[in-house]
Unconditional design. Structure first.
Length: 333
């Protein structure tokens, strides 16, 4: 069956999350650092965007997300003299730009190095001072689903555990209580949405959610070859909404901090005549999917919506989500 691995890996996520929450990591490397730089490529870069926001919010340490290629070719615009932790992210640990970025910064004699991967024998893992390896997040499909959410959650719980945040207990309780319910709601939503042929699908998100919005757009595009894009929610007013019509779908991943303004954007989209869905604790304002988690803690709960949507749109088009057009599981140059 087309998409067998992808569907299985989407639905395995709650089990991996449970394991990570029950045996949380420590990330002692963040101590005594003035800056943390996360880097990755593609999905891993979007993961880095959300992790940087999360890390700075909870630790107060200046945190940035950088595409791997920027560290390789423009290190002078990024590397500083501050005590810095560089965190390389790659599912395979073999992504060329990520490995090259680690090598480039090490050659400059700067900082300490941590890698997040699913393969402890990979180049990235072996070249870093320490590797956080999440074996249960390994995948057969080309597209990243459970590896994205699991590497994100793994670092989140590792940081919360290290700084002894009480939010770790809250995250553990609420996520374990709601994860299966969220997947059920996301699956039903995606099946229904995929029945319509949209000319474009746009994901909007703010703050820590922006990285998730980018990954959501990428996931649907990868699996189903649909035209997708992602923007910061309020930035959508500044040009991108020009293409909207009744065949457009806009999905707003609602935050807490900007909720009032984001809902105004939703109203503007609806007034144009485009389809607009809102996802936070509710979808379409009437189905509860989550409670008790702030905008930094509920990040992974947004992802099943896009993962299922990409899967069902691909199936409808006769495409195989396990083997998207023009893509490979590991990108090497």
């Amino acid at each position: 069956m087309n998409g067998r691995y992808t569907l299985q890996e989407i639905e395995e996520q709650p089990k991996v999350w449970k394991d990570l929450l029950e045996e949380p990591l420590f990330i002692e490397e963040i101590k005594d650092k003035e800056e943390i730089i996360y880097f990755g490529s593609g999905t891993s870069y979007y993961l880095a965007l959300s992790l940087a926001c999360f890390t700075q919010y909870y630790t107060g340490i200046t945190s940035r997300a950088i595409p791997s290629q920027e560290l390789v070719f423009f290190p002078e615009t990024i590397v500083t003299k501050k005590p810095t932790l560089y965190v390389g992210i790659s599912r395979s640990g073999e992504t060329s730009e990520v490995v090259m970025a680690m090598e480039k910064v090490k050659s400059l004699g700067k900082g300490n190095f941590l890698s997040i991967t699913t393969d402890g024998k990979s180049q990235l893992a072996l070249k870093s001072e320490r590797a956080i390896v999440i074996l249960s997040a390994r995948e057969n499909s080309v597209v990243m689903t459970k590896s994205f959410t699991s590497m994100l959650l793994g670092v989140q719980v590792g940081i919360l555990n290290t700084i002894r945040s009480l939010d770790l207990d809250l995250l553990r309780k609420e996520l374990l209580d709601s994860s299966q319910k969220v997947l059920s709601i996301a699956k039903a939503w995606a099946e229904e949405i995929s029945k319509k042929d949209h000319k474009e699908i746009i994901f909007l998100g703010s703050g820590p959610i922006y990285g998730v919005a980018c990954e959501s757009a990428l996931k649907v595009r990868e699996m189903s070859s649909s035209l997708t894009s992602a923007y910061h929610t309020l930035e959508f007013r500044h040009g991108p909404k020009a293409s909207l019509d009744r065949d457009s779908l806009v999905v707003i991943l609602l935050s807490d901090s900007a909720i009032e303004e984001e809902l105004k954007v939703a109203k503007e989209i609806e007034n144009i005549g485009a389809q607009c869905n809102i996802i936070r604790g509710k979808i379409d304002n009437n189905i509860s999917i989550n409670s008790g988690l702030n905008e930094y803690l509920r990040l992974i709960l947004y992802m099943p919506f896009a993962q299922y949507l990409g899967y069902y749109k691909a199936i409808k088009k006769g495409l195989d989500p396990d083997e998207p057009l023009n893509l490979t599981q590991v990108v090497k140059i």
